[in-house]
Design a protein around this ligand. Structure first.
Ligand code: TYD
Length: 221
């Protein structure tokens, strides 16, 4: 793996997509080769998996936890094979909106045991792990307000993410699981308070990203 792998994580409405857009534009302006993508749904087949995961089925049936977990990993395996590994092999900067920490936070919060997550991770992700993970941290009480506004903007029929609909307690648990990953791996996972205004978050993101890219040999002055 020659490129640089960066993932961005956080609860819904924490502003990940805005920051990824700003960072990728900045890097492109500097002439850094960037591949920006997201999970679930970073490949054409993966977007089919995303639809299966995130929309309600007319039968009312929902995925059992193991099936759901395997679908997230099916999406990820395809993404690694089609997008992430080839881009890293070409020496590009890969910028992902969510990666494995989301599985640890969300599926872990739904009760999937740590040992199961470890085994799947070993099997599917192996050594292709992010060099840096930016955790945009925010109290779900505030971030979910953003999500509600966003869903309203899109119109009622467009409400896609069923995780948005889970209780505040669930999102608080997800947040605490993200913070626990940071505590376990403070070097890889950097916490950025996401309540700051987007410009300040952007500066903080750059403060974390620039030295990593410089060390990897990119000119980012
Ligand atoms: P997305 O719609 O991209 O959420 P947002 O734009 O709000 O960040 O993500 C889809 C949902 O999938 C989100 O609620 C988090 C969830 N998710 C998991 O539960 N496990 C995972 O491994 C991933 C990648 C996402």
């Amino acid at each position: 793996m020659n490129g640089v792998f960066i993932s961005v994580e956080g609860v819904e409405g924490s502003g990940k997509s805005t920051q990824i857009l700003r960072l990728s534009e900045r890097l492109r302006r500097l002439g850094v080769p960037v591949t920006a993508s997201k999970e679930p749904g970073g490949t054409p087949l993966g977007s089919e998996v995303r639809r299966l995961l995130l929309t309600h089925h007319s039968s009312g049936e929902s995925w059992c936890p193991d099936a759901e977990l395997l679908l997230f990993y099916a999406d990820r395996a395809q993404h690694l094979a089609q997008v992430i590994r080839p881009a890293l092999a070409e020496g590009r900067v890969v910028l992902l909106d969510r990666f494995e920490d989301s599985t640890r936070a969300y599926q872990g919060a739904l009760g999937v045991p740590e040992a199961t997550l470890d085994r799947l991770s070993e099997l599917v992700v192996g050594r292709t792990r992010p060099h840096l993970t930016l955790l945009l941290d925010m109290d779900p009480e505030s971030s979910l307000v953003r999500v509600d506004t966003r869903n309203l903007d899109l119109g009622e029929g467009f409400r896609e993410t069923r995780y948005d609909e889970k209780s505040l307690a669930f999102h608080r648990l997800v947040r605490s699981r993200f913070l626990a990953i940071h505590q376990k791996e403070p070097n890889r996972v950097r916490v950025i308070p996401a309540r700051l205004d987007p410009g300040e978050v952007e500066r903080e993101v750059w403060r974390q990203v620039a030295p990593l890219l410089r060390n990897a040999g990119f000119r980012v002055e």
